[in-house]
Design a protein. Structure first.
Length: 317
């Protein structure tokens, strides 16, 4: 069921992406591009192009598969609300379609990509502060898709209308013929123990809030001032907080700095750590199930991730 991480991959050749990006910037700014250069290795789902005119630089993102327009509108909604809380990020300048391909023009932010820093502790502390603000942004609904009816934006997921349905689906999928057993995500003799952990989690009344969905160093730009700009809100969703944005934090300094920035003491996080780890396992299992139904080409990759999540939690099961 999980669709929070997954989208259709991009298949636009760099040369074509650069041509289209230069054209849409000309249409928006009224000035011709002096250069248009693809940014490779920074986005599997979107073609990303840096377009420079005589006056300024732009970032153009485009994708020719999936519901990219819906995702771009969601990103704009999230960025606008995050900015009100003091979270830096690009400004979405235009969303549209060119030659049948959805695109989004954003302001360009000068700085250093977060994953190129020698020391990222301060960055992770700031991401913790940002996560705290993000989770406090009011949202309605549950899931990844964002609709904008007249009475306000509502997140939704056709497969799981709310948190109880989400976890119940995953519990009921733990059967003797569970395909995750065949994929070696977890062994059959641990099925009842996994079910018990998920059942305990289902008994908790957990808050739902806005989640960025992909908090990591390579989704940030660090300005010369030291301020951090947060990018790529394509995986944003309404989900369990703070668990969803903590589910993939690795042990050690990054996690400790993030937790500190979030405003939790080590003792407070220690009390919720087992619950976050159970949620991380649940989310990893759900992503494999989603891929089996919707993106079988990604199932092997997601099964490896879920197997790693199980191994990480196995000592505690």
């Amino acid at each position: 069921m999980e669709s929070q991480h997954a989208g259709a991959a991009n298949s636009i050749a760099p040369a074509r992406a650069e041509q289209l990006a230069a054209a849409v910037v000309f249409g928006y700014a009224g000035t011709r591009a002096e250069s248009a250069a693809s940014i490779l290795g920074r986005g599997a789902m979107n073609a990303i192009v840096r377009v420079t005119t005589a006056a300024r630089a732009f970032i153009v993102r485009m994708r020719d598969e999936g519901d990219a327009l819906m995702e771009y509108r969601k990103e704009r909604w999230c960025l606008d609300r995050a900015r009100v809380t003091g979270i830096l990020g690009p400004t979405v300048l235009q969303i549209g379609t060119t030659d049948g391909i959805p695109y989004m023009i954003e302001s360009h932010i000068d700085g250093t990509p977060g994953d190129e820093l020698r020391d990222s502790v301060d960055l992770w502390r700031q991401l913790g502060r940002y996560a705290k603000r993000i989770h406090a942004i009011p949202v309605s609904g549950f899931g990844r898709d964002l609709s904008e009816p007249v009475n306000g934006a509502i997140f939704n997921d056709a497969h799981a209308p709310d948190w109880p349905a989400f976890i119940r689906y995953n519990i009921e999928s733990l059967t003797a013929d569970d395909p995750l057993i065949g994929l070696e995500v977890y062994p059959a003799d641990r099925r009842s123990v996994v079910r018990e952990r998920f059942e305990r989690l289902s008994e908790r009344a957990l808050p739902i809030g806005l989640c960025h969905g992909d908090l990591k160093a390579d989704n940030t730009i660090v300005l010369d001032s030291g301020e951090v700009a947060l990018l790529d809100w394509g995986s944003a969703c309404a989900h369990v907080v703070p668990h969803y944005d903590m589910r993939e934090l690795v042990a050690g300094e990054p996690r400790d700095a993030f937790v500190e920035g979030y405003g939790l003491t080590p003792a407070e996080f220690s009390l919720m750590r087992a619950e976050v780890e159970t949620f991380a396992l649940l989310a990893a299992f759900d992503l494999v199930r989603w891929s089996i139904d919707r993106r079988p080409d990604l199932t092997a990759e997601y099964a490896v991730r879920a197997r790693a999540a199980f191994i990480t939690s196995a000592l505690k099961l």
